[in-house]
Structures are given as C-alpha cells and as structure tokens.
Write a protein that binds this ligand. Structure first.
Ligand SMILES: NC(=O)c1ccc[n+]([C@@H]2O[C@H](COP(=O)([O-])OP(=O)(O)OC[C@H]3O[C@@H](n4cnc5c(N)ncnc54)[C@H](O)[C@@H]3O)[C@@H](O)[C@H]2O)c1
Length: 443
C-alpha cells in the first residue's frame, strides 16, 4: 500500500494536545492536496482525544491554521485548482482549500472512529503503560496492516512493538514542538521496524518538508538524551551554589548563566518549565528504566512534582508557573522551595544577583540578535574566547557548563544513540534553536 492509499484513512490519537493538534494540521493539508487531485475519493482524518473540552477548541484552531496555510500557498493552490472554473478570487480558493481540508476531518473521543485506519499518529501522554494499552486497542480496530507512527519522546520503539504485538508496524516519528513550525523530525526505527514503514516515514517526511534525522532506538533518543542530562547538570550546579546562596538565588543564577553567558534561547530552568517539570520527571523515569549503567535522577524534580509545581502550558499557550512564575510569559518570580511560594524578581535583587555573576564577557550579543547575524560563527568564537579568559563566577560556571555540554554530546555518539557529532548538533540547533551545537571548538 503506498502513502497516498494510507492517507485515505488516518487517525491521530491525542489530537487535542500540543503535538497532536500540530500533527493534525500537517496531515490535514496533505489530505486536502490529495482530495484536490482525486476529488472522487473519500478521505478520513479521525481526530481522537479523551479531553472533550480541548476537542471543542480544536476545530477553531485547525480551521485558522488551514486558512493561514492557504493564504501562504495561494499560487500553488491556484494551479492545483485549475480545473475549478468557479474559483476566481483568492478568497474562493482559500475557502475551497479549507473546505476540502476540513471535509475529511471527524472529531471525537471514541476509539472506534479509527476503524480501518491505515496510518495512525499517536501523541498521547508519555506513559508507557497507557501508550501500550491504547496501541493494543487501536491495533484491533485499525486496518490489519496499519502503520503506527508514535511521537514518544523517550520510550524505545522495539519495547513498544514487542509489548503491543505490532510485528514491526511501528516507528518513532518524533516531531518537535510546535510540529507545524519545527523542521526537525527525529525518526527512530526499532530492531523489528519493517522496511516498508521506514519508506513511508521517509516519503511523508519529505512531503511535509521536514528535516529527517535518524536516531538509534535508545531511550530518550537524541533530543531528550541530551536535554535530560543538561537539565540534571543544571540542578547539580544549583546544589553547588547552595552553600553560599539560597535556592531561589541559585536557580536564578544558573538560569542566567545558561541563557546569557551561554547565549541560548532560554535558560535551563525556563526550558524545564516550558517542557513541564512533570514531563521531565516522566522522561527520566522511562530512561532510568530502559538504560542500564546510568542513573538519571534528581530528587529536586520529584520534590517539585510532589509540591504540584509543574510548569507546562495553559490551553491558551501561556506559561504555567514552575521554577519561575510568569506574567504574560515573562518571568516575574522565582520559586522559594522552603516557603513554597514565589519570590518576586525585583530590580534591586536582580542587580545584586547579576553583580555576583559578574559582567558578561566582551563581545556578548543576545541570542536573538545573533540569530540573523551573517558572521555569527566568528562573533561566537570571539565571545567564547573572551569568556574563557574571564574569571567571574558567571564565566567560570559557563565554562564548566560548556565542557559538560560537549561531554553529553560526545557520550550520545559513543553510546550510539546518535550516529555522529553532527547529528547531535543538528538536533540542538534545529530542535532547540541553539546557535551552535554542544560539540564545538569553543571549549
Ligand atoms: N510537548 C513537547 O514538547 C513534545 C515534543 C516532542 C514529543 N512529545 C511527545 O508527544 C506526546 C504528546 O505530548 P504533548 O506535549 O502533546 O502532550 P499533551 O498533554 O499536550 O497532549 C496529550 C493529549 O493526549 C490526550 N490523551 C491522553 N490519553 C489519551 C487516551 N488514552 N486516548 C486519547 N487521548 C488521550 C490528552 O487529552 C491530551 O489532549 C508525548 O509522548 C510527548 O512525550 C512532546
């Protein structure tokens, strides 16, 4: 069965979530294009989620995204719709595309909707028991030769295959957040993954214009294999500062070092808040279970979860409180673990903390300004050379962080999670929007 056939009946499970809703927009577009080419065929895109409230909001979101897509690709759509003499104005074409795309979609919470599906995207909660039980049910309902594309961030694909009994009809298709925008797509084949599913995954990724990056089937893959260790190192550094600083001060300082001194888009604790502290904990649990010879754990994460300080996002996309508290997505407070409340980040306090870290090395430029700088590489090289010769607390901590960062990257290649240094760097530069990969010559 070729990809076009598979796209005739697709199910996305967890469709109302962050990842599922984005995948729905991407797949919806591909189905709409096929519908234009072959108007006589029937297409089904089943969007299933247990959260009814979120499902209700999904229709409006998806429709608005289809309008955006149609507006952006009006020239190619005009040529695709050349047979339709009734479509004259741009608005006619946009409306026709949105109608074709929405026409295939059915929303609901009933798994039976997946009846006869040939391609399934799974994007539910990162819990292996829940994923296994759901995939087992879907395997009974879908077409006998359905392919399963799982968005798991950490669970080995061979393990899922074995426990669900899919006989190789599963592949890791790890979109990055948000799937509509992010180019990177980590593709993970298990020991048993069938060659046909690999081909389908490749063809679909190319149609979606994604940057496909293979990773080995080792828990956490490249993205979380890196991120979990980087986050745990951040916590270790907080513990190192704790003898002379309060918890809140240490969190603020390590966050500042990882954002400004390392010129990354976000500090490490802001990033953990963004991903969600509980999600961070789940991924660590999975990795600990499946990886022998390593312990990836820190009790601070468990403590934060116990205190129900979870980070993550509200349904409108705004940031929930975690290590930091936020107002309009701006950090306004930092968590005080003893008091169980947020300490406001006041100007004077901030000045004091920044003073302890010391000035930023000469040549510093913000992540945002360097993003589009033509001579970015040279600017970074000069900046990191200056950082190496500075002796401030900020620079010394940043140097250690750069070293650890490189070590983590190298470990991923040595343990065969990643095929090459370059693949590790590609994940961090594309998936995490870093300006430079962790395996670099700056340190
Ligand atoms: N958020 C990210 O940055 C990110 C990035 C890459 C991969 N992932 C992975 O994608 C998957 C989904 O993550 P997310 O961030 O979109 O989570 P999410 O919580 O935003 O969405 C999960 C959705 O699944 C639904 N759901 C849960 N159990 C279900 C069930 N049994 N049947 C039907 N629907 C169910 C929930 O109602 C929710 O809408 C996870 O495996 C995660 O590890 C997440």
């Amino acid at each position: 069965m070729d990809l076009d056939n598979r796209l005739e009946n697709v199910t996305i499970i967890g469709a109302a979530g962050k990842m599922g809703s984005g995948i729905a927009v991407l797949i919806g577009q591909e189905i709409a294009k096929l519908k234009i080419k072959t108007p006589d065929k029937t297409y089904k895109l089943n969007l299933i989620d247990t959260n009814e409230k979120a499902l209700n909001g999904l229709y409006a979101y998806i429709k608005s995204q289809f309008v955006k897509v149609a507006e952006k690709s009006i020239v190619s759509l005009r040529s695709m719709y050349q047979e339709r003499a009734d479509l004259v104005e741009n608005k006619d074409i946009i409306d026709a595309f949105v109608e074709d795309a929405l026409g295939a979609i059915r929303f609901g919470n009933n798994l039976e909707m997946a009846n006869n599906s040939r391609l399934v995207f799974e994007a539910i909660i990162e819990n292996e028991d829940v994923k296994i039980s759901l995939l087992k049910k879907l395997n009974q309902i879908c077409s006998k030769d359905a392919f399963f594309f799982t968005n798991t961030s950490s669970i080995p694909i061979s393990f899922l295959d074995k426990n669900v009994g899919l006989d190789g009809r599963i592949i890791g298709y790890h979109f990055y957040n948000p799937p509509v925008v992010q180019k990177l797509l980590e593709v993970i084949s298990g020991d048993t993954t069938l060659p046909e599913i690999k081909d389908t995954a490749k063809e679909l990724g190319e149609r979606l214009r994604k940057k496909l990056l293979p990773a080995n089937d080792i828990a956490g893959f490249i993205g979380n294999g890196y991120f979990m260790r980087d986050g745990l190192y951040g916590i270790e550094e907080v513990n190192n500062l704790k003898s002379s600083h309060t918890f809140s001060e240490s969190i603020y300082m390590i966050n500042r070092v990882t954002q400004d001194f390392l010129i990354r888009p976000m500090g490490i604790f802001q990033l953990i808040d963004y991903v969600g502290i509980e999600v961070f904990q789940w991924i660590l649990l999975v990795m600990n279970k499946h990886l022998k010879d390593v312990t990836l754990h820190n009790k601070l994460i468990d403590l934060m979860v116990e205190k129900k300080v979870l980070g993550g996002q509200n349904s409108d996309g705004s940031q929930k409180n975690g290590f930091f508290s936020y107002k309009k997505n701006k950090m306004i407070g930092v968590y005080d673990i003893e008091k169980g409340e947020y300490m406001p980040i006041e100007e004077k306090w901030k000045e004091n903390m920044d003073g302890k870290l010391g000035s930023l090395p000469a040549g510093f430029a913000t992540w945002k300004s360097l993003l589009s700088a033509e001579d970015k590489d040279n600017l970074l090289k000069t900046y990191f050379n200056n950082l190496k010769s500075d002796n401030t607390l900020g620079a010394k901590t940043a140097k250690k962080y750069l070293e650890r960062s490189k070590e983590i990257g190298k470990e991923l290649v040595k343990t065969k999670v990643a095929f090459s240094d370059e693949d590790v760097n590609t994940v961090l530069t594309n998936g995490f929007f870093w300006l430079y990969g962790p395996i670099n010559s700056y340190i």
